[in-house]
Design a protein around this ligand. Structure first.
Ligand code: AMP
Length: 421
């Protein structure tokens, strides 16, 4: 137990944390380009927020939340996603009083009691964006375009963008009734989850991954054919905008979110080479959510991208950049009695914003050179008794093999000069 982490968790080790930093840096760059600002909300929230913000009939709330009572008897949940928390923060901090729409992004860990497998973890990381306060399809197109741009910039081009409209509280009840009519004589054949979805949330039957349910839902009516005037023109607008931006999409009527506060646009981006876990991005409009969470009726749209899945895809396609562990200088004291002066030199070098390290375990000269080469280090600054007495340092250029005895006072200057060559 002590030497094994909980099931579904992973350590991000030094040999791969650089890849995370790389992906995060591209995320930040794209968000900056699109004028989205970062928000960081707590990792835990009141459970009630997720019951409201995700919906009590969803798999996440029914089966996957890490919920506990804290020592003050509060009901707390580790966030399984971040939209609800962003909406809570938007309301609590009155972000609606600022310029609209409010355009936010986040990067961080989420927690779901999922069945762990490749690309599916219990602690995983999402990058997500939320645009709150704009109604028209242009912001939907912007959000989708941001997701596509990010994935393209990372080098993932073989993407499949699926879009759909799930309507609104005006047109959805009509559709829901049609759907129930369609499934009425098939209910008993569906999986047990779908049998309960039939009454509570029939649209989610379309989303079921069970083979039998997929088969029985062939020929089911499509939401896009039942949209009201407003939703229909919103969807047409979105398609026009995406086409104008040269973003290819496929309309997928099975892409649904059954809850009332999800409205109009729903989308998913798949990366086929990932196989079973091909969904890298899921998003949609949630015009009813802010009101559900206690605010004024306010439109919103967002998406979340699974960072582990993106990294898996980048690894598979060999798109990860080489990680750089090189340092500029390795300071090599020739004996423990020279450690203090070596440390002094190291400190001076680092204060000049030069990347440097030194030997801390009293290695032999040979072992120190080998260690310096492993980084690799561009220079080794050798300090022995002779150098100490003369107040000098032997600076060895590891690329050319040349070395030079240098006055201590000139060392930093010489290193900077050598680095520029
Ligand atoms: P969702 O919040 O369920 O719409 O998921 C959005 C994205 O997060 C998915 O497309 C996945 O890329 C990722 N994701 C969701 N659940 C997990 C998980 N358990 N492990 C890893 N990634 C996940």
């Amino acid at each position: 137990m002590l030497t094994t982490g909980p099931r579904g968790t992973r350590d991000i080790l030094p040999d791969s944390s650089g890849y995370w930093q790389y992906v995060e840096s591209i995320i930040r760059e794209v968000c900056q380009n699109f004028a989205y600002q970062e928000i960081r909300t707590p990792i835990f929230e009141h459970t009630e927020l997720f019951l409201r913000g995700i919906g009590e009939t969803t798999d996440i709330v029914e089966k996957e939340m890490y919920t506990f009572t804290d020592r003050g008897k509060r009901n707390i949940t580790l966030r399984p996603e971040n939209t609800a928390a962003v909406v809570r923060s938007y309301l609590e901090n009155k972000l609606y009083a600022g310029p609209q729409p409010t355009k936010l992004y986040y990067i961080g860990p989420m927690f779901r009691y999922d069945r762990p497998q490749a690309g599916r973890y219990r602690q995983f990381h999402q990058f997500g964006v939320e645009a709150i306060g704009a109604q028209g399809p242009a912001i939907d197109a912007e959000i989708i375009s941001l997701a596509v741009e990010l994935l393209n910039r990372l080098g993932l081009n073989d993407l499949k963008l699926l879009i759909n409209s799930v309507g609104c509280p005006v047109c959805r009840p009509v559709y829901r009734t049609k759907l129930q009519e369609f499934f009425r004589d098939k209910v008993s054949q569906l999986c047990t989850d779908c049998q309960s979805r039939y009454d509570r949330n029939p649209m989610r039957i379309l989303d079921c991954k069970n083979e039998t349910c997929i088969e029985y839902s062939q020929g089911a009516p499509h939401m896009v054919d039942c949209l009201c005037e407003v939703c229909s023109s919103h969807f047409t607008g979105l398609k026009e905008l995406l086409s104008a931006a040269g973003i290819n999409f496929i309309i997928n009527p099975r892409l649904v979110r059954g809850l009332d506060y999800y409205t109009k646009t729903a989308f998913e981006i798949q990366y086929a080479p990932l196989g079973a876990q091909s969904a890298v991005c899921g998003g949609g409009r949630y015009d009813g959510l802010i009101e559900e969470c206690g605010g004024q009726p306010t439109p919103g749209i967002g998406f979340a991208i699974g960072i582990e899945r993106v990294l898996l895809a980048l690894e598979k396609q060999e798109l990860l950049p080489p990680l750089n562990t090189a340092i500029d200088v390795f300071v090599a004291p020739l004996g423990i009695e020279l450690q203090a002066v070596a440390f002094q030199i190291l400190t001076e070098i680092r204060r000049a914003n030069i990347t440097a390290d030194m030997d801390y375990i009293n290695r032999s000269l040979k072992a120190q050179m080998k260690y310096a080469n492993k980084y690799p280090a561009k220079f080794v600054a050798l300090i022995g008794q002779d150098e100490l007495v003369q107040n000098k340092v032997m600076l060895k250029n590891m690329e050319t093999g040349s070395q030079e005895l240098i006055n201590r006072a000139e060392l930093v200057h010489m290193i900077i000069e050598g680095m520029e060559k």
